[in-house]
Design a protein around this ligand. Structure first.
Ligand SMILES: Cc1ncc(COP(=O)(O)O)c(C=O)c1O
Length: 412
């Protein structure tokens, strides 16, 4: 791929500035996108309106684990488009049983409650945990407490941002729902101290992606499992960004050999084609929800189920987990060699890294702008950190090329 030359050649006649301005003109400015307007994508590469190729090192925050336009996922979607796309859950459709049975089996659980976006799945887990607390644990009405972690990111609904400690996410959107207690991330002693007879769940990201790919020691998840079992509290793992192959395992919790009571899944479950999310748990937990108590018009629709089943089939091969592990080693080795040369540190697991940029060479945003000029799409988080999460289908030579660009971008 010739990137810079193409870009320079087209600079004078670039369609990007006008297309970018048009996209901003009538939309709420709730994002601050880099100046690139994508019109096509395949695998790990995207093409913009100027015909310029860029390597996608963000993969829709892990929603594109299988790359853009994976043939098996596209063909499952196309096939289903011609059959039936939406029934609502008022009626049963013929894709539902297979999707729910296979997802439950992949998680080693009994039941699935399908939704659409990640935030909806988190909301679902909160409702299930509270209902379980009242119906099963015997918590007095409206007294349920859920323990959450500092630095969390679970989505954008008012309930969820109400227990965020990120001022941008939270400030200006209150009043917020009560019933959440925040403790420092991965601090077992603090969690134990925060548990009361009314605690129904601990809600945790096994790796905090939005916070900069913050990785706790394995002993945290193991200890949390033991603590939750001992205290009769549900362990709810938000695997929306960390799960489904990204870390070299099907679930990030697998790295510690731990099974939560509730898996909260999203992003890659829809294969980058449709929003598909779910809460997966055993019958003694998910069984507390009865008709009329929760739902969504689009949750578990035929198109979502067909794509979701195709995603599960890809994960069942183990190929993507193995790629994440093998390429993750490449990523780690290359980043290690860059420490002290423009980056001050990094955290990585599988094909996922949070890279801390040396403030002397630029902000995270500035480095992402330099990367874009070099044909690499990446996203900063929290000022000086860049998140790298390429599609798991990325070729090893392309990964090396992207890291060459990062090396150059922090030396400019
Ligand atoms: C860990 C985690 N939970 C929940 C969400 C929310 O998902 P969605 O944007 O699909 O609502 C995200 C999104 O980035 C996430 O990373």
């Amino acid at each position: 791929m010739t990137l810079l030359n193409e870009a320079q050649a087209t600079a004078a006649t670039s369609l990007t500035p006008a297309a970018f301005a048009a996209a901003e003109a009538h939309s709420a400015h709730n994002y601050h996108p880099l100046e690139v307007v994508i019109s096509h994508a395949e695998g790990a590469w995207v093409t913009d309106v100027d015909g310029r190729h860029c390597l996608d090192m963000l993969a829709g925050y892990s929603a594109l684990n299988f790359g853009h336009g994976h043939p098996a996922l596209l063909s499952a979607a196309r096939e289903q488009l011609d059959k039936v796309t939406l029934t609502s859950r008022a009626f049963v459709h013929d894709q539902f049983a297979e999707f729910t049975a296979r997802l439950a089996a992949m998680c080693g659980k009994d039941m699935v409650l399908p939704m659409n976006t990640g935030a909806e799945a988190v909301e679902t887990a909160i409702k299930v945990a509270r209902k379980w607390g009242y119906d099963v644990k015997g918590v007095p009405a409206d007294q349920a407490e859920i323990i959450v972690m500092a630095g969390n990111f679970h989505g954008r609904t008012t309930t969820i941002v109400g227990f965020s400690d990120d001022a941008d996410a939270r400030d200006g959107f209150g009043p917020f729902a009560p019933g959440f207690v925040m403790v420092p991330y991965a601090d077992l002693a603090a969690i134990e101290a925060a548990i009361t007879p009314n605690t129904v769940a601990v809600l945790v990201e096994p790796i905090q992606g939005e916070s900069g790919v913050v990785i706790p020691g394995d002993d945290f998840l193991i200890g949390l499992r033991e603590l939750c079992t001992r205290e009769n509290v549900l362990f709810a793992a938000d695997e929306i960004q960390a799960g489904l192959g990204r870390t070299g395992y099907t679930f990030a919790c697998d790295h510690a050999g731990v099974k939560p009571d509730m898996y909260i899944l999203g992003k890659a479950l829809g294969g980058g084609i449709v929003p598909v999310s779910a809460v997966v748990a055993d019958r003694d937990v998910l069984g507390v929800i009865g008709p009329g108590q929760h739902g969504s018009t689009f949750g578990g629709n035929p198109l979502a189920c067909a794509v979701g089943t195709a995603v599960i089939e890809l994960l069942e091969t183990g190929e993507f987990q193995a790629r994440a592990e093998a390429l993750g080693q490449v990523l780690r080795d290359r980043l290690l060699a860059m420490v002290g040369k423009g980056i001050v540190g990094f955290r990585s697991r599988g094909l996922w890294a949070g890279v801390d940029i040396d403030p002397a060479v630029g902000t995270g945003r500035e480095i992402c702008e330099r990367l874009l000029a070099r044909g690499v799409l990446a996203k900063d988080t929290h000022g000086s950190t860049i998140r790298l999460a390429p599609p798991l289908v990325i070729a090893e030579e392309d990964l090396h090329w992207a890291l060459d660009q990062l090396e150059a971008a922090v030396s400019e």
